[in-house]
Ligand binder design. Structure first.
Ligand code: ASP
Ligand code: MG
Length: 403
């Protein structure tokens, strides 16, 4: 018998009617004769609300208690979903991460799954039950609740699918699949039938929010096929899988933009070996993740080093940046959050020339200045003024004929 793992996001179970809708979809699949394991997120913005509540109590919460709090969100949605399935006359059972035995390491709030015990799930499936597992949570070696980081339910679904040897893992949300660009920005954006894991990973890391990057990484490692679609209609979604064939690869698969980028310039530090190493190791020590890096040509015996970080990191990182700059004897620090990163992603880029040039041409035609550039095998990113982000995405989408 086929085993299918399905995941439904927070919006998909956002209110009682939507929960009933999800129950119907699950029952329909169940009637076809497949065994079904379902993972759900917390309803709507429950997790955000819980975090807000927490902040009204303290700004220095104990990480263990944060997980104790946040895991309640998914416990609500699994129970309600099971009730909805049972009301339709079908057998279902909800299980928390701890009841399943989703083992994680001890890193509260950002735990990593280390193993899953299949026994309970398989026994319930063998009793013809639809099994509904709480997403985003597990237990550490002390049996204390842990969570997998925001958006972690996708990872729960993929890990369950891998552990149970499922035929596929279907991730349902409020969007129809993966598009060549955000359809809210580019009206002609096209839904992709299929995308490679590498491309999906780049897109997910670059701010396309349909799938959580860690879930794609896991799927890639284990060769699991993912299917991303909407729970609000029956349109065909997008398949994410490892493609081995080199032929028929598009040079550019999609365009994205990320407005959360912040540019940091450390100005006038000594131009000598070891300075960059010192700067970035000190930043890394305070867990500041650096993205694009540029070192200018030296003037006199001084250098400017510019890099970007994520907006979220600025809250705690600002102090570190100023402190490190001072320790390195920098003359000045400039922080600019009015920038955005636009990127193109495509596995075929490796074998096609002139792709980057064409992207720059699109920006040039729109009179958009490029402040920084980074590339990888399958990606080109440009830092530009934030106000131009949407304009840039449209122009790039057009020049590569992605519609
Ligand atoms: N409820 C959690 C969050 O909002 C996990 C998830 O939705 O995937 O981050
Ligand atoms: Mg989510």
């Amino acid at each position: 018998m086929d085993l299918i793992v399905q995941k439904y996001g927070g919006t998909s179970v956002g209110n009682p009617d939507r929960i009933k809708n999800v129950a119907e979809r699950i029952i329909k699949e169940h009637k076809k004769g497949s065994q079904i394991v379902v993972t759900v997120s917390a309803m709507g913005d429950t997790t955000d609300q819980l975090i807000k509540l927490m902040k009204e109590i303290t700004h220095k919460p104990d990480p263990r208690e944060i997980d104790m709090l946040l895991t309640t969100g998914e416990q609500i949605s699994i129970a309600l979903l099971c009730m909805a399935i049972q009301s339709e006359g079908f057998p279902a059972i909800s299980l928390t991460g701890s009841q399943v035995g989703i083992k994680t390491n001890n890193r509260h709030n950002h735990a990593v799954i280390t193993g899953i015990n299949n026994d309970r799930i398989i026994s319930e499936l063998n009793h013809s039950k639809i099994v509904v597992v709480a997403g985003f949570q597990g237990v550490n070696s002390n049996d204390d609740f842990t969570t997998l980081g925001r958006g972690g339910s996708d990872t729960t679904a993929v890990a369950l699918a891998i552990s149970l040897g499922a035929k596929r893992c279907e991730i349902y949300s409020d969007v129809d699949g993966i598009y060549t660009a955000d359809p809210r920005i580019v009206h002609e954006a096209k839904k992709l039938d299929c995308i490679s894991c590498d491309e999906m990973l780049e897109l997910a890391n670059l701010g396309a929010k349909v799938l959580h990057p860690r879930s794609v990484e896991l799927a890639k490692i284990y060769g699991l096929e993912l299917y991303a679609a909407s729970s609000f209609n029956h349109n065909t979604g997008t398949i994410v899988k490892e493609v081995r064939q080199m032929e028929k690869r598009r040079s550019v698969t999609g365009v994205t933009s990320d407005r959360r980028e912040v540019k940091v310039a450390i100005k006038g530090i000594a131009d000598r070996p070891g300075m960059a190493a010192e700067l970035f190791s000190k930043l890394a020590k305070d867990e500041i993740n650096v993205d694009m890096i540029i070192q200018n040509l030296a003037y006199g015996n001084l250098n400017d080093i510019t890099f970007t970080i994520n907006e979220e990191q600025l809250v705690q990182g600002r102090q570190t940046i100023y402190r490190v700059a001072e320790e390195l004897g920098a003359k000045d620090v400039e922080i600019d959050s009015t920038v955005a990163k636009v990127s193109i992603v495509g596995a075929g880029m490796i074998t096609t020339s002139g792709v980057a040039a064409k992207m720059f041409e699109a920006l040039g035609n729109e009179n958009i200045n490029i402040q920084q550039i980074t590339t990888s095998d399958i990606k080109v990113s440009c830092l530009i003024a934030e106000a131009e982000a949407e304009n840039a995405v449209r122009a790039i989408h057009k020049i590569f004929n992605l519609a």
